[in-house]
Design a protein around this ligand. Sequence first.
Ligand code: NAD
Ligand code: MG
Length: 287
Amino acid sequence: MEKERKKKVRPEQKQRRPGMENNMKPVPETTPRPSSGGGKLKNKIALITGGDSGIGKAVALLFAKEGAHIAISYLSETKEAKHTQKLVKQYGVNCIIIKGDLSKEANCQKVIKEIISEFGQIDIVVNNAGLHWECDSIEKLSSKQLLKTFQNNFFSYFWITKYAIPYLAKGSTIINTSSVTAYRGSPSLLDYSATKGAIISFTRSLSLQLIEKGIRVNAVAPGPIWTPLIVSSFDRKKNSEFGSDSPMERAGMPNEVAPSYLFLASQDSSYINGQVLHPNGGEIING
Ligand code: NAD
Ligand code: MG
């Protein structure tokens, strides 16, 4: 449904240059908004997929520090997930961990059900789980692998979001993890970078679809970040060089990425929708 683009949302008015703020109807709001001291997400319920380690873990800890209760979904790393749960709880919030392969639709539905039965609501969804498998030739990239990568990295975001929507009230936020590879390409991660591009388009379209529900949808596209995804995907030499080709000549740490998610999750970004933040060590990309 196309929206009528222009309608009267304030009284007709006109002033002489340079204009007087106090005569405007309404008067522009310029006093700083109430901000934290640590309570930006107080009593919010946040789901972070892949929150056991890396970027998701840093996001879980920062959100907890700001007062959110956390649900972490993870693939198989129970020991790490339990440790992260312990760290999250040190901020005085509740934290549940949910194991399960989100490349399967039924598991995505189960994650949402578990959160609702534990917390009764969801306010923030961070779609962040992801894996990649290197392959340097399209001719060698099997259809099975292509489907697996899309099920793992893209369908999971779609399903988690789909099953969460009925529980998301006005003011809720969804944040999707894309990647710098969606913008600059990656010759050895053809399928992965394509999922990250799909995530951008999904973010943009969904942000428009959900405006009328008062739910904002944005994305983060990290550059090279030092996480288990990296050491478990690349060879020893590549891991030793990882990130050195970025403008800042280093990889980022997960806690340098997490503040982008906090910004998009909180009301600080209340006028931002369908956009992408780029914590990527200074690489200038279009979009
Ligand atoms: P990470 O390995 O620490 O986190 C990814 C997590 O996703 C894992 O802990 C795993 O439990 C979870 N996961 C993967 N597949 C899953 C599945 N099918 N079901 C449930 N959970 C699953 O690595 P990370 O780098 O923090 O990755 C987080 C996100 O950031 C990913 O989407 C990744 O593509 C993206 N990203 C990472 C980088 C980087 O350089 N590290 C750069 C750009 C984007
Ligand atoms: Mg992990």
